[in-house]
Write a protein that binds this ligand. Structure first.
Ligand code: HEM
Length: 339
């Protein structure tokens, strides 16, 4: 998986995403020089993914991707203009959160993904060793994805722990990705994107006690096929206006795909790249990427009012990060922001 280029790997490549993920959220010592730290982490990413890093202990990196982001506090301190940059705003609080202070926010995100689950903690240890005392880990989460269902040529999505195919709608064309996913500017952040990471516990027992039609009404799609309740194919956008002959919406008013729909909320598309978890509790490590934090906050605010899915969720960790622009051997990771 090429780690270099205009964008970091681990967002749109590879597709489909690798089956295993480890997310590490850490703080950066206030006295540490952030530019050199990120540059060193970038070099370590290159050697880890090339398989030349001794601290990988001879393991084959395979399709390992490592994606690095910095928290709002770090962006604000980047320069005099930092407080106005995308990525400088903290996430507000939402309903149904039970988040200990340790699991809210953070200065550094290291997202590692690979087919080989064993590589992930070893690569993370190498990066944390490189950072040394400059970085203090806050929390980490291992997560995984099951088999993928094909959505369209070259596009596939896995099921989540509620049994539904997750990650169908999003910015899939280059045009959509330019307009909604990647930051076009200002220059220090061009080629970056904004990540939101939220650990959401799911009440599997209560969800499983619902009939299949009730479960499908929660999402607005068929459980077996992923087809919207308004019809079409798995790749179809939900038709939110479609009604039964007696005038009821085919996609209920509180269905997740209606409450979260970009047009209903009035925002751009978010790229959802979530992974399932079973430790400390079963749930979803919800991960999304977009070029405007408002896309996420407005969507969740709209869901908070009445999304049927939220009744099955408790959020136990929450953070947002500026995913740094892509880098290579000549252009250090983070150099556009901290150079
Ligand atoms: C545990 C929590 C969640 C689960 C299990 C979940 C699952 C799903 C599923 C199965 C779909 C339908 C298929 C698809 O388009 O991928 C979907 C759609 C969607 N979800 Fe979630 N989701 C969760 C939380 C969230 C959150 C927190 C947000 C954002 C604030 C969100 C935003 C969206 C969006 C934007 C869509 C596409 C709607 C459309 O245009 O059809 N989801 N989600």
């Amino acid at each position: 998986m090429p780690p270099t280029g205009r964008y970091q790997a681990g967002v749109i490549i590879p597709q489909p995403a690798q089956p295993n993920l480890l997310a590490v959220v850490a703080d950066i010592d206030g006295q540490a020089a952030v530019g050199p730290l990120l540059a060193e982490l970038g070099k370590t990413v290159l050697s880890l993914t090339a398989g030349t890093e001794p601290r990988l202990l001879g393991l084959a990196p395979g399709d390992l991707t490592i994606t690095v982001g910095v928290g709002p506090g770090v962006v604000r301190k980047a320069s005099a203009a930092g407080a106005a940059l995308p990525g400088s705003a903290d996430l507000p609080q939402f309903s149904r959160e039970e988040i200990v202070p340790q699991a809210r926010g953070g200065d550094l995100l290291i997202q590692l993904c690979a087919s080989d689950a064993l590589v992930l903690p070893v690569a993370a240890a190498a990066l944390l060793d490189q950072a040394g005392a400059r970085v203090t880990e806050r929390w980490r989460q291992s997560a995984r994805r099951g088999p993928n269902t094909s959505v369209a040529p070259g596009r596939a999505a896995p099921r989540n722990l509620l049994g539904f195919i997750d990650g169908i709608i999003g910015p899939t064309t280059t045009t959509e990705q330019q307009s909604d996913l990647w930051l076009a500017g200002p220059a220090p952040v061009a080629g970056g994107t904004i990540a939101v990471v939220r650990r959401m516990e799911l009440d599997l027992t209560r969800f499983a006690a619902q009939s299949v039609p009730e479960q499908e009404a929660v999402f607005g799609r068929r459980r077996a096929t992923g087809v919207p309740l308004s019809g079409g194919t798995i790749a179809s956008n939900p038709d939110l206006g479609a009604k039964t002959p007696d005038g009821r919406y085919l996609i209920p008013a509180d269905a997740h795909v209606r409450r979260a729909h970009a047009n209903v909320v009035g925002v751009g598309l978010m790229l959802r790249r979530s992974y399932s978890i079973d430790d400390p509790k079963p749930g979803l490590l919800f991960i999304c990427f977009q070029n405007d934090l408002h896309t996420f906050t407005a969507t969740l605010t709209h869901m908070d009012d009445s999304d049927a899915l939220l009744a099955f969720t408790t959020t136990t960790a929450s953070a947002t990060f500026l995913i740094l622009p892509g880098f290579d051997a000549e252009h250090a990771l983070g150099s556009t922001l901290f150079g």
